[in-house]
Design a protein around this ligand. Structure first.
Ligand SMILES: [Cu+2]
Length: 470
């Protein structure tokens, strides 16, 4: 083990006056071995083997970065590099990230810990890391040009500060930010309280994930980094449904979700079957008097929301962004609304010119999941995911909270689909039908219209017909 003084000498840092400075080649031996992750599956919580104890988090389709203790300092090694991220089974994206994945690994420390993070830049351009939400010396804040020189390609910088307040934070580059974040460079940071905290309850399940978005043309691999708002893949930890793991919990567990938004728009995150309270933001735990029950919380750009609830209803509960186009995968945005339009005649004429032509959306978009449409090699259907009762017709920011009586404490394995008790599933009504009673009054207008048109316009409503001839 290198002594602290030797360490700094090797690291080329003058007598403990730590700054975000370049680390020489010789010093690489003194760096913690970078740990690289090759799987996109949710890793088991990393129970701390050194330092103060805490209840570790579970990173959705992610992992926590191991550290080493060096003279009482927790040392981490992040490697900024191009990665191949499986965003869903059958769909791989060429992203930038940290230590083999996008997002980077979660960093977990305890309030009061002195933390040293080595950042090696293996990207083709310079970078930096900003520690979003942290109290730290200004020179450690990671804003390239403002508080430090950018980390050149091929160099390693070191950041060091004390994790002063407990909470949930994020990290991301503050250098060529639009490109690097559009490529997937970001990660989570959790500072656990060092003792029982009056505003931070102990929970049995503690999940964290980042909201991120990409613009990847179907069939291609690399995000378009100049996209400002019109992203086509809405992801949780760079995964899209059906590639997002489920939240598997035991009945009556107290559950915490920490959700950070590093996309360019807000996301109203909605949990079915339970009410939750927002117990924390990136500013810290919320005061008890400010908490009220919710089933949806809007997470704005650059915000983190920590929500707590008791999982006291057994079942499979959808958990998703409430913007309906965020629960869809790569899609064309300029589709006209074809619901109720009879375009069979048109299709016939076009088919004479283009034999493969087909029309979509006549009955809604659900047909999309039934059609055996050819799609490009490297993409996923817009809406997909096979559930126990058929297609879930979702994509993007969607997953399932699975609450089970027999899920063992500490077991995060997928328990499979919920076995509904007899008579508790919505089912077809097979009794006699009666005609709906129509309300006959002409009313409804508070003031009569001054001049009526000479010929009244009537909206034609046509009931949908079968798609069998497509
Ligand atoms: Cu959303």
């Amino acid at each position: 083990m290198t002594s602290r003084r030797d360490f700094f000498k090797f690291a080329g840092i003058a007598g403990g006056a730590v700054a975000a400075g370049s680390v020489g080649r010789v010093a690489m031996a003194a760096l913690p071995e970078p740990v690289i992750q090759t799987s996109a599956q949710t890793a088991a919580p990393l129970v701390p083997s050194s330092g103060r104890p805490y209840n570790p988090v579970v990173t959705l389709n992610g992992w926590t970065l191991p550290w080493r203790m060096n003279q009482g300092v927790k040392e981490f090694h992040l490697v900024a590099e191009p990665v191949v991220r499986e965003m869903a089974p059958g769909f791989k994206a060429h992203l930038w990230g940290y230590n083999g994945q996008s997002p980077g690994p979660t960093i977990e420390v305890v309030e009061g810990d002195r933390v040293r993070i080595f950042v090696t830049n293996k990207l083709p351009e310079h970078t930096s890391i900003h520690w979003h939400g942290q109290r730290l010396p200004s020179g450690m804040d990671g804003v390239a040009g403002l508080t430090q020189p950018a980390i050149p390609s091929g160099k390693t910088f070191v950041y060091e500060f004390v994790a002063r307040r407990p909470g949930t934070f994020m990290y991301h580059p503050h250098a060529d930010e639009m490109t690097q974040m559009a490529m997937g460079m970001m990660g989570f940071w959790v500072t656990h309280p060092k003792a029982k905290h009056p505003l931070i309850d102990e929970v049995q399940r503690d999940f964290c994930f980042l909201l991120n978005a990409f613009d990847i043309e179907p069939g291609s691999y690399t995000p378009k980094t100049a996209t400002m708002l019109d992203f086509n893949l809405w992801a949780w930890n760079s995964r899209i449904f059906p590639g997002i793991d489920t939240f598997n919990v035991r009945l009556n567990d107290k559950v915490r979700l920490r959700i950070g938004n590093l996309t360019m728009t807000n996301h109203p995150i909605h949990v079915h079957g339970h009410e939750f309270t927002v117990t924390g933001t990136d500013g810290g735990p919320t005061p008890k008097g400010s908490r009220w029950p919710e089933v949806t919380t809007d997470i704005a750009v650059g915000q983190m929301r920590q929500i707590d609830f008791v999982a006291d209803e057994e079942g499979d509960w959808a958990l998703h962004c409430h913007k309906s186009h965020h629960t869809m995968n790569a899609m064309g945005h300029n589709l006209p609304n074809m619901i109720g339009i009879d375009h069979r005649g048109v299709a016939g004429k076009i088919n004479k010119l283009i034999p493969d032509y087909m029309v979509m959306g006549e009955r809604g978009m659900a047909d999309m999941t039934e059609m055996e449409m050819p799609i490009p090699d490297n993409t996923v259907p817009m809406m997909t995911g096979q559930g126990p009762f058929g297609s879930v017709e979702m994509g993007g920011m969607f997953s399932v909270l699975k609450v089970r009586r027999d899920q063992k404490p500490g077991d995060y394995k997928d328990p499979g689909w919920f076995k509904h008790p007899e008579g508790t599933v919505a089912h077809e009504y097979t009794g006699p039908l009666v005609e709906p009673a129509r309300f006959k009054s002409e009313g409804g207008q508070s003031m009569p219209r001054a001049r009526m048109p000479a010929t009244p316009t009537e909206v034609q409503v046509r009931k949908p017909t079968s798609h069998s001839n497509h």
